[in-house]
Design a protein around this ligand. Sequence first.
Ligand code: NAP
Length: 484
Amino acid sequence: MVSRVIPVDPFDLVIFGGTGDLAQRKILPALFRRYCAGQWNDDVRIIAAARSAHDQAGYRAIVAESLAQHAPRQAADPGNLDGFLNRLQYLRLDASSDDGWENLSGQLTDLRIRAFYFSVGPGLFAPLAEKIRQHGLANEQTRIVVEKPFGHDLDSARALNATLASYFSENQIYRIDHYLGKETVQNLMAVRFGNMLFEPLWNSQYVDHIQITVAETVGVDGREEYYERAGAMRDMVQNHLMQLLCLIAMEPPAKFDSDAVRDEKLKVIRALDPVQPHHIVRGQYSGGPDGPGYREAVGNPRSTTESYVALRAHVSNWRWAGTPFYLRTGKRLVARSSVINVIFKDAPHSIFGAEAGRHANTLSIRLQPNEGITLKVTIKEPGQGGMRLIDVPLDMSFAEALGPGNQEAPDAYERLVMDVIRGNQTLFMRGDEVEAAWAWTDPIIAGWQARGDVPKPYDSGSTGPGDAELLMKRDGRHWQGIKP
Ligand code: NAP
């Protein structure tokens, strides 16, 4: 099965922060892979802008190195590489002064799609929006792409939304949550709304509970300053885990268009109950053989920033009343794994007697690694010896199911950057969604601050603090394993 590539219209894309980590590791490799796939052609201009001095050849050499590292298969073809690099210009420009803006203006093409990617620190989002307007660079077809973090709390998110709204309309603003660009996350919608099989069971009558886990093995390396101010709640729960929760819990939208989908997600966030303090566990990793502990890494021996959060959330609406959603995320855990487990209720009566044990069906949606879906079903254990029941997985790895030639799952940024060019906002967060997510998160963080809460230490390479297990045990449940 080979996926179809529908070329996009010609465009100009300006990447502010073109020398930075995100541009080099994600945005440019994503654009390069889409170029190699034939999604856009030579009638495109990509302008990378930052303050550092580079001549064109020097900048292209830097990008060539990044592509060799982050898109090695495609970069091995010199024709591809040269073709892409020839579309790339570097421009010296300062987001917080007028330096370089006249030059930028001279390089843009009239009457076509013009996208500005804000791949810079959040302090520069507002100045960039202002400069684009001030220098008359916005046209009818302009869109801006804003990276996370979108605000630090509700007030700052509101202020940023208001500033952006004074220069651009909502349908020009693309707030990135790269989780929404992941193949499996989109598949979640296809599985739910494209099949008859699951949706009739997708409610509190049949679902016992839902677990959403985003586990990382890395620590805060390289992002210490930002992370120490953010913590796992702001860095992961308010955006990525919240988006996954929305896609699992939302009602079917009338159609797959940006406002219909985002309206339904917003309703989920607004239906979330405040989280009770005894339904949340914070943790902080300790040092071990594979590296320093959190406090040492950030250089703050008294840090109370959490690198782990587990919590129980409730969506108070007709569909989900009484079904808990358990969310957990953390750094330096035993494996890198993002997975959603939908645990169905036990059969109402076991005809096989108590000795057959309890066998709940579980639908696991793996976002990374090895994207795919597993449905655990109960069968008879083969062989003699009576009716013994075991659980076996019906397993679908997307890489295997889609066959050779589709082994390389597209990176989320490939999909998202092309959606920006196509003008499709479905997989981007709307301003009101972001604000609603902060409105739910802020009181949790304020509660920790008011109580002087100190995160529980946990061993690097573990599944997190013991209290997270207790959170589940108290409810007569247990976390699914964190497996690579
Ligand atoms: P970074 O490596 O520090 O890069 C920042 C970029 O901004 C550099 O190219 C820098 O180049 C440029 N820059 C700084 N001040 C500037 C100014 N006044 N005018 C013009 N350019 C300026 O940061 P990053 O990791 O790429 O992150 C960029 C954004 O993406 C941040 O908002 C971050 O939170 C977000 N993000 C990053 C990741 C990631 O994996 N890296 C993931 C999610 C979100 P010069 O110093 O040469 O100007």
